[in-house]
Write a new protein. Structure first.
Lengths: 204, 204
């Protein structure tokens, strides 16, 4: 299999963590495919017309995206240990994955907006992004005791990647203040070998 | 169950279609919950800190989001007829759902960008959105014969909703030109009772 990949995409990181957790890393060839909102990479169109990472291509040429579909596919190949089987537990894990993914969507838009020249920024959007970040962090803090229960799944991977992305791209935001239980859970998350091995890389 | 709802959200429309297709409409109470990028609705925070629609709340208070998780949950409640069981067919349907959802994400951002005052717009983004729309339409045109095969699933629902959203919010874009097979598939999609019943509504 071929994975269109970049070392700084948080959605790619989810897949990299799953590859290590499932033991499937050796089955995938990584192809460095740069993408940027303002510079669509035309090489990616044939495999994914949304021109987004991650995009997986199976050996018979079938494309698989987005990160959620790729993670579920890989987990299924390896026996399905990263998603609970019991329906209610599964629903919680799926909702957590959507929360982590949605948090990342907010952070990516927030970063793009605040990196614009001031005269192009929309103040109401910046305020809305900041409000959503606080709301998500407060929700996750309330959920931290449940997150800290035994188990590791696609929901926790997504939430952990979003918090690590905050550290990476928003080092000015002290999200741990007022969110001590969440910070403790995230510190444990960052100790996992799959998470250590998928740190963002500044190599150009 | 309670569904935070708006009559013009294309992601809500996916859920409304699934409710009709599964016969579960009577099980859900619709709660009109306006959201806008620049006016976060604080009433929604307790159920979904991302402040996004659709958000479903189960009778015991458990929140379920995003649209993909809600649709899978409802389909599962009703016996799972909207997702193929055979693994390869399921993977295709999941990739199509991600394509439709990603297409909608592009269209929502595109609309927000072009509705801004010109001096706040970023030309490279508008160009990138237009390029992605063309790339997605070309991919879907190539896939139209497969879409037209028997079967109706969450992938087709998502793609159909995205094309209907183009008609609704981008009436100036003649997407049918050069995409005749896709246009024919979409015309049939729009005949389905579940799709007819979930038309966007301009009621304030």
């Amino acid at each position: 299999m071929k994975l269109h990949w970049s070392p700084r995409s948080p959605f790619v990181r989810k897949v990299m963590i799953v590859l290590v957790e499932t033991g499937l890393s050796d089955r995938v060839t990584l192809v460095r495919t740069p993408v940027a909102m303002d510079k669509p990479n035309l090489d990616l169109v044939a495999d994914n017309p949304l021109i987004k990472l991650p995009t997986l291509v199976l050996d018979d040429g079938v494309p698989v995206y987005d990160s959620r579909v790729i993670c579920a596919y890989l987990d299924c190949l390896a026996g399905g240990r990263l998603m609970p089987e019991e329906p209610r537990a599964r629903l919680v894990a799926e909702r957590r994955q959507a929360l982590g993914d949605g948090f990342l969507d907010v952070l990516l838009l927030y970063r793009q907006e605040r990196n614009k020249p001031v005269e192009k920024q929309t103040a109401a959007w910046l305020d809305a992004f900041a409000l959503k970040v606080r709301a998500v962090l407060d929700t996750l803090e309330a959920e931290a005791p449940a997150l800290a229960e035994p188990g590791f799944d696609l929901g926790r991977i997504s939430i952990g990647c979003a918090l690590s992305y905050m550290d990476y791209r928003f080092p000015d935001v002290d999200w741990r203040s007022g969110h001590a239980a969440l910070a403790a859970w995230h510190a444990a998350f960052e100790q996992r070998p799959s998470v250590v091995r998928s740190q963002p890389d500044e190599t150009p």
